[in-house]
Design a protein around this ligand. Sequence first.
Ligand code: NAG
Length: 421
Amino acid sequence: MWTRFLILLLLALTPQAIISVKQRDLETVYQWKQLVYGFATPADRQHAQSNGYLVPENGTPIDVATHQQAKGSRVFVTIPRFQTGIPYTLAVVSDSNEANGPVLQPYPDYSYHNAHGRDCNKITSAFRVAITECNQMFVIDSGVIGMTQHCPPQLLVFDLNTDTLYHRYRFESSMYVPIASLLITPLVVVQDPPPKGRCRRLHVYIADVTHHGLVIYDSELNTAWRAENKFMYPDPDHGQHTIAGANFILMDGMFALATDQRQLYFHPLASISEYAVPLSVLNNRTMWMDNLEAMPEAFRLVGRRSSECAAQAMDSHRNLYCVTFNPIKLIRWNPSKPYNVKYEIEVPADPQLLEFVSGMKVFKNDAGKEELWMISNRYQKVATGTLTDSEVNFRVVRRPLDDIQSQHPPIQDLSQRLIFT
Ligand SMILES: *[C@@H]1O[C@H](CO)[C@@H](O)[C@H](O)[C@H]1NC(C)=O
């Protein structure tokens, strides 16, 4: 009896008593007034310039991912070809700086980017990326420039140790509708991670933002299938947005994905709802091949937040993060609580740094600690044509999560400890 009481007391005190991490702030890692495109050679620059591919004011970065390895850390950004004038669409941030911001370099090199839709073996328009514990970067290439579907969408896997293309998967025509579809967000779940596993078995979940769907890629079968559900559509009641006082309409559907390795959490952009579906349901290929709208009962409304948000990410403690539009707030929610405005916990952050966060990742640094990385691009200014290069428009920001996580031990760990009482 007393032992039991003491153990419970100890458990109750542990988080505060042992770990006291002071509250963390957002840190701006990079910022740009306008993108600064670097080139490995003067000939590459000349090629871009003389063909009208180098129009810096046309570029808007939308995703960020960071990777740590022995030779140092690297930060990648994507610049989709929403219009022409984008010399390359996947870049790594270099150490050199110019007046408008740090200089980008094409990844893996300029030759992957210089075809602008005329060669589907190259990259046409990289949307978002996912870096796995296997040192691989998954890139979703929509195949679209402006309003033209130049190439089928493809999934590219780069080996980050060698910076070479490790695998390419081209989506078959049944996986998307040219122009109507836009594949934008990959989320990778590795079934056999290192050190024990060999990174052979993984699933990639890819959001089709404009044609209400999800494409699931299975590495073992090297094939893909499609799943659709009513929750993947935009909600017209939330199609008009306000960010930092600017209004715009954006009827984006299926947009942001996150997972706790059991459920896929997702939301359309034009929505205030969060939804979930078990991964095991999505992974059942035969069922989806049979019926594109299978298992509607497996999809559930998780809850509603105070405002729309774009990208989202989940940490290993199952905290789900996103940045609401109006007002601009970095919010956190844990599935142990109901998803509603009451349990939408605000993480203090300067809203100026977070105007439209279109890319968000949880990154494990070399000390094994998780950090939240975000890219903000003031899309409200892009949409309303009010972007000017006299202000900082694009920012990569990071925030350590140890303060939040020390207050909220992982749910699994807690249950394991309680078994001993
Ligand atoms: C996949 O779904 C089919 C049809 O609903 C079911 O019979 C089968 O058991 C499922 N397979 C797995 C591995 O869950």
